[in-house]
Every structure is written in structure tokens, then in C-alpha cells.
Design a protein. Sequence first.
Length: 162
Amino acid sequence: MSQQHFLVKNLLEQLSLEERYTFSDSQIEALHKSALSLPKTSQAVRIRWSVPFPGKGFYIVLLAGKERRSRKRLLAEKEFKVLPIIMVVFTMIFGCAVIFGLFYAQRKLAISQQRSAVNLDEREEEIHPTVVPFKYDREQCETSFREWKDDQCIDHEHDHTF
């Protein structure tokens, strides 16, 4: 027997023995030759997603490649329509714009949060002198390394977040 095609082999293996014996050797060889002459599928993009769903679930297939059918055949099959092509292109452009917008907004938010954090760090380094309310005399104030001025205890290293 000449070269064998996996599709024919699989089909024959699924048949019962009685059904398989109804084919002659020349018929089986003709099936293999015919299957080998089938065009090869050469899609540039072949993506399959299985989506779990209560019950049986479903799957999505995306195939993309060069169109090999003639325009005459497409028109005869009424598959060559301009409106669906325009809708697909518009949907793709809109989808890309939405994705770009989301990424842009997320980046702007991250930058503004980073700037506000930097500004907080800069403000923490600023000096904020304040009057310490629980120091009532010069001795208590100067013992805690603060300055006594105009009958008030002044802290020159006060943390503004205190």
C-alpha cells in the first residue's frame, strides 16, 4: 500500500470489522490517495479557547489566513459583503481605542499617585515649628531640648503629621 493518510486510518479504525471488510484494498488505497490530495490547511492564525460554562461549556475558534477562494465563488456563495467587513474593521479599531484608553488612564493614575507620594516626602522634610502645650516653664522646655521664647515652649522639629 502507498502512503497512508491519518484521516482515512482514523475513519477505518472507527468502523466495525464487518463494515471495514466491505472495502476492497483498491478502494482503501483510492481513499488514501484522495485524502492525500486534499489541500493543507495553512491558516496564519489558529486559536482555540475552551470556555467552561455550567453544563457542557463551549469553545471559540479564531482562524485567519489568506483568502484562497475566487471572487466569483465568494459572490456565488453570497459571503462577499462589504458591510460585515466594515463592521469588523470598525469593531477592531474601537476595541483597540478602548484598550489604549484604559492603559493610558491607568498610566496617568500611576504617575499622579507617584507624584503625590513624592510631594508628601518633600513636605515631611519641611520644618514646622509649633508651641508645645504641655510644657509650662523654662526648665521643662529646655530639658526636652526645645526653645523657651515669649513664655512658650517652641519645638522647631515638629512633625506636621503628628
